[in-house]
Design a protein around this ligand. Structure first.
Ligand SMILES: [Zn+2]
Length: 141
């Protein structure tokens, strides 16, 4: 069973008391993100382990894979592959690498559309009549 709102608020209060350097709004957001990763007890265990680690500078890391999830169902998750050039960014979603990617060639054009942008199919009159007839039958008319 995922963590409830009341459990999340109680855990936020506890974590904010344990870690004065963590913002309660940040804790709340991290718990919301982590709530799908395990039961309420597992999220609480992982969050408390995270709070116990001074290297965890931000509650955001609660929802990230790591040793704090060990022994929980979420502990088997694979850590994401990080960008080789920018270790803080996930590979394939690195904004710096995206910007640095090779630009489109000058002569690049998208293939032409097969239909004009404002194309709408004309209703087929015989189909329309059949649909009306079926609708009347369903309404008992
Ligand atoms: Zn990168």
């Amino acid at each position: 069973m995922p963590i409830s709102l009341n459990q999340g608020e109680a855990l936020t209060t506890l974590l904010a008391a344990l870690r004065k350097d963590w913002n309660p709004a940040g804790i709340r957001a991290a718990l919301k993100k982590a709530s799908f990763l395990g039961s309420a007890a597992e999220v609480a265990v992982a969050a408390c382990r995270c709070a116990a680690d001074p290297a965890m500078r931000t509650p955001f890391l609660i929802a990230e894979p790591g040793p704090h999830w060990q022994g929980t169902t979420a502990g088997t998750r694979q850590a994401p592959t990080m960008c080789a050039a920018h270790p803080a960014q996930k590979a394939g979603a690195c904004p710096a690498c995206f910007k640095a990617a090779r630009p489109k060639p000058a002569n690049f054009t998208l293939p032409p559309r097969t239909r004009p942008r404002d194309w709408t199919p004309e209703p087929v009159v015989s189909d329309l009549a059949a649909v009306r007839e079926r609708a009347d039958e369903m309404e008992g008319l």
